[in-house]
Design a protein around this ligand. Structure first.
Ligand SMILES: *Cc1c(COP(=O)(O)O)cnc(C)c1O
Length: 395
């Protein structure tokens, strides 16, 4: 027997659940890309993405996934042979660094580990030693989607300032934007990137790069610029250049609707909702972890992301069995362990268009799987999650 009839729950950290309203907004004929409507949608999305990044800087929209935004950001501010510093804390900043290396940059890595956030003191020490100012950009993720860590971006900015270093601070907010605070200008972030398919609840295929004044300044002399990603081309008056070709009209219809939903709810409420649902997940995982078989990958509670929780299993248990059981028997799709956590962890995503029953249902499925597969776990995880939600919403 299986219990997977009914709507499948997608609990992976991207692509995330697309609201019906967003799907419906996309279900219409294409329009002329030069029509007033399309131009207005493009302008208003640019402005609203700026609000969500917390910046008055320039916003560039790309018909590309997050990897495209990685390349777009790098090519617009760097020149061949320049050095970048990757602050690693899992899989994704390292991945961004790999793109930089292929583009012809020297890539240095401040190695972290997969269980703790980037240490700002280590960043300051590292940059102080770069007396010649060789490092032109520091690459970091706000949330590493593989480890489930959240890095303290303002603290990293302070560390750079304390070191008196003037590298650009470049932040990947793909797995965090619209799930937690991001204040590009207030935090002194020079270049930030994100994608459509995570907190922004839109199908994959769009990504965003925001550049402040310092990014714009170095852009003028960056020689890695290419025809397609180039900000200067896209800044021109010609609408056709905004996407360097045909506007991805349906994705833009969807994005417009998703931004409407987020802004109507209010960004603070969006963040608050993510905190409560993430805490519900953490409460359940906390109870399960009373056994030796299960633990949080991220050791320090305050460094656990509001968008994804990475759950470690002791060596004798197989996380893939939990994923497989949840998928084939219960209709819930969990994320797997990535990189060095492959075969050691599974991930529960809790970002984007989610309500309490979706999160509680996902947790219930995981707890049922632990039971069915005889994986030792503290009992009462679901109780802890429901108690928490009840407490947060008490009238
Ligand atoms: C998902 C993700 C990416 C990659 O995005 P794609 O759209 O898959 O290219 C990059 N960085 C982070 C932090 C992510 O979560």
């Amino acid at each position: 027997m299986n219990l997977r009839n009914g709507r499948e729950f997608l609990a992976i950290p991207g692509p995330t659940n697309v609201p019906d309203a967003v799907l419906q907004a996309m279900h219409r004929p294409a329009v002329d890309i030069y029509s007033g409507e399309m131009v207005d949608i493009t302008d208003s999305c640019q402005a609203d993405i700026g609000k969500i990044f917390g910046t008055e800087g320039r916003i560039y929209l790309y018909a590309a996934n997050g990897h495209g935004a990685w390349e777009a950001a790098l090519t617009n501010v760097l020149s061949r042979g320049e050095t970048v510093l990757v602050l690693s804390s899992g899989r994704f900043a390292t991945g961004w660094g790999e793109v930089a290396a292929v583009l012809g940059c020297h890539v240095k890595t401040l190695s972290g580990n997969w269980r703790t956030p980037v240490d700002p003191v280590a960043v300051e020490d590292y940059l102080r030693k770069d007396v010649a100012g060789r490092i032109k950009a520091v690459l970091v993720v706000q949330v590493d989607t593989a480890s489930g860590v959240v890095n303290d971006i303002p603290a990293i900015r302070k560390a750079m300032d304390a070191a008196g270093h003037n590298a650009l601070l470049m932040v990947d907010a793909i797995a965090s934007l619209a799930t937690m605070a991001f204040e590009m200008d207030a935090w002194g972030v020079d270049v930030a990137i994100s994608g459509s398919q995570k907190g922004l609840m839109t199908p994959p295929g769009l990504s965003f790069v925001a550049s402040g004044k310092r990014g714009a300044k170095v852009h003028a002399k960056a020689n890695l610029r290419t025809y397609y990603w180039d900000w200067t081309e896209r800044d021109g008056a010609l609408y056709y250049k905004k996407f360097c070709g045909t506007t991805p009209v349906h994705l833009m219809f969807g994005l417009r609707k998703a931004l409407d939903l987020l802004l109507e709810e209010g960004l603070e409420n969006v963040v608050e909702r993510h905190v409560v649902l993430a805490d519900a997940v953490r409460r359940a995982v906390g109870v399960w972890s009373e056994s030796q078989a299960i633990s949080f990958n991220i050791v320090k509670p305050s460094a656990r992301a509001n968008s994804v929780t990475t759950v470690l299993l002791a060596d004798e248990y197989d996380p893939k069995a939990i994923q497989e059981f949840c998928r084939t028997r219960l209709g819930v799709i969990l994320g797997g362990g990535l990189g060095e956590l492959s075969g050691k962890a599974f991930r529960i995503a809790h970002m984007g268009h989610l309500n309490a029953p979706m999160v509680l249902g996902t947790l219930g499925a995981v707890e049922s799987a632990l039971q069915a597969l005889a994986i030792p776990h503290g009992s009462g995880g679901i109780q802890a999650a429901t108690d928490w939600i009840g407490k947060c919403l008490a009238v």
